[in-house]
Ligand binder design. Structure first.
Ligand SMILES: [Zn+2]
Length: 363
């Protein structure tokens, strides 16, 4: 049997079952699948050292928390989401004011990360994970309402590019479209009944090939979102795609809609939301925080972005993917529905309009 132990393996397989079998919210269900993935990884590691392993079972009632479901406060209380509502409770800390627990809680150089709540003999024990801040100016102040966003740009050269710099080349799809066009052109000229039948068969085959490719791209995008702990995947609005992606043929426009639909249902199945933002200027705007300069001349060639104001250079589709994600993050800050501020997932860290870049923790 194939190995299946990473978060992005386990989450899609287990998420639905966990939601159906328990009262857990989507975020708690996701964390439960991550906990299972961790246990399986531990087994594989032991097995590779020649030790005996058996199926992992969780005998003690435990719940995993992260910064979306748990908030630590300065008054030594903690707020936790439950299957019911959010509860805020006192932390019972050892008396010693210099104890190591207080050093982590009070120390500016530490921030909470994934934590575990265990129930034992009527008491609750919270094992709080901490990680070191990357530096003082770029510290994260994430709260429960924050979410990490994956921006996705669609196009012809690359069918999709994510803000984490994952590129899905469009060549294979365009090849299928070309072959279909070629077959159609040749057969329509002969105009016979059998030619018509061949045309229908061929178009069915090309469409199946294209759908297979698009399913794989959709899986790749959802995996990218899981691997970067994203709660939302953001696309540009597809309504006026004819104007926004002028080099797209009708087959490409069909492909974008298919792809969006596939990502939507595959993401929903693992508790990740899919949203759209207005596409205006996402390809001409400089995605560097603090710049945002927007002119046509920022695109000297189709694939290349170079800001005329700050000289920021990037692959054009990657620059657009960042803009798409950032547009959603900025809108979130203005909307009353979401009180936190979100962040954009990049390859090596996260980006927010207010605090700039934060590298991923190395642990
Ligand atoms: Zn710029």
């Amino acid at each position: 049997m194939e190995k299946c132990n990473t978060r992005s393996d386990v989450q899609p397989l287990a998420y639905d079952t966990v939601r159906e079998d328990t009262d857990l919210s989507s975020q708690h269900a996701i964390l439960a699948t991550h906990q299972a993935a961790q246990a399986i990884t531990g087994c594989i590691a032991r097995q590779s050292k020649g030790r005996k392993v058996s199926k992992p079972e969780f005998s003690a009632p435990t719940v995993k928390y992260d910064t979306r479901t748990m908030t630590l406060f300065d008054d030594e209380t903690v707020s936790l989401t439950t299957t019911d509502s959010r509860v805020r409770v006192d932390l019972v800390l050892p008396e010693d004011p210099d104890g190591y627990q207080r050093q982590y809680l009070d120390g500016d150089e530490w921030e909470p990360t994934e934590s575990t709540l265990t129930a034992r003999g009527g008491d609750f024990y919270l094992h709080i994970g901490f990680r070191r801040y990357r530096n003082d100016t770029e510290r994260s102040t994430d709260t429960a309402e924050d979410g990490t966003v994956l921006g996705v740009d669609l196009g012809v050269e690359n069918i999709a590019v994510t803000s984490t710099a994952r590129f899905f080349p469009g060549g294979e799809l365009t090849h299928h479209f070309d072959r279909f066009e070629g077959v159609r052109g040749g057969l329509q000229q002969t105009g016979t009944r059998s030619a018509h039948r061949t045309l229908k068969q061929s178009s069915g085959r090309q469409e199946r090939h294209s759908r297979d490719v698009l399913h794989q791209v959709a899986n790749g995008i959802v995996k990218e979102a899981i691997d970067h702990d994203c709660s939302t995947i953001v696309f540009e609005n597809l309504t006026n795609i004819r104007e926004n992606i002028p080099d797209a043929r009708w087959q490409h426009r069909w492909a974008f809609r298919q792809l969006f639909g596939y990502v939507e249902y595959k993401a929903e199945a693992v508790g990740i939301a899919v949203e759209q933002v207005p596409p205006e200027n996402t390809s001409k705007r400089c995605s560097r925080i603090g710049c945002g300069f927007t002119v046509d001349e920022n695109r000297p060639s189709r694939g290349h972005f170079r800001c005329r104001k700050c000289d920021h250079e990037a692959n054009a589709d990657y620059n657009a993917a960042r803009n798409i994600g950032l547009r959603y993050v900025r809108r979130g800050r203005q909307s009353s529905r979401r009180t936190g501020d979100g962040q954009l997932a990049l390859k090596s860290g996260t980006l927010t309009p207010k605090r700039g870049f934060t590298a991923y923790a190395t642990t």
